[in-house]
Design a protein around this ligand. Sequence first.
Ligand code: PLP
Length: 289
Amino acid sequence: MFEEIYSPVQQIAFAPFNNLFVKRDDLIDPYISGNKWRKLKYILARVKFENKTHLVTFGGAFSNHLVATAAAASRSGLQSTAFVRGEAVKNEMLLLCSLFGMNLIFTDRESYRNKRQLFAQHFAHDEQAYFIDEGGASMEATIGCAEIIDELTAPYNHIFCAAGTGTTAAGLLRGIQQHGLNTKLHIVPVLKGAAFIQEEIAQFTPVSGHLNLHLDYHFGGYAKTTPELISFIKAFTSKTGLLLDPVYTAKMFYAIRDLAQQGVIGKDEKVLAIHTGGLMGLFGMKDKF
Ligand SMILES: *Cc1c(COP(=O)(O)O)cnc(C)c1O
């Protein structure tokens, strides 16, 4: 199922840009969405290599990573279990996880903190179980994400991507370094106070001058939003025909426009935004619209 894919690059009309392009990783798959497909690709290769048959992972109740892992497991004939942070709830994302056969274990926030311990407690006797960190964060994931850069057929002055754990960012940085590009990589963390992202990235690839972190576009923090961001999403989607999720991609596109207005990016420079997918994130925030 992780056969070679090339997601298309499309140019979009979005003032004030003349050259704004979008790498449509959101089109890769409806459930193994965007960067989650990139991240799981080599994790699943490793699972096969180690002859494991049971994926065990972690996430919040609206995690794109959980849906992606559940879908990838069922299509690959693997079992899957998730420790879901917080009290038992029902929602659209967890419904999909269950339909794909994922076993959900709701876990209080205190126990959730120590993921390795949870894994050890529950799966000490399951030799088939394979630990996948929250969000798929791993070296394998960065290798998959670096392939986004391999696929590019034209040069760009700037590449933008939203960040949660920073794993996708680390992969993009590695790709840019491997290809010897002088493209600037702009990372927009969606968490508040996310200066730690730089260290996360450094775990996987040496931080170089290509990297620009923009820490001021979190809109209050993870899964937080403001009326301004919601109106931005509405205007952007009605003008471009591209859907954005409020958790990640909306904050990235907002940052792109804001940095252009500040003159940090020239309107004639070539800019590539990575659409990392995650559109189901809209469901978790439907009341905000
Ligand atoms: C998970 C996710 C991200 C964050 O990826 P990291 O590698 O954790 O930084 C970005 N965008 C979307 C849509 C996601 O679902």
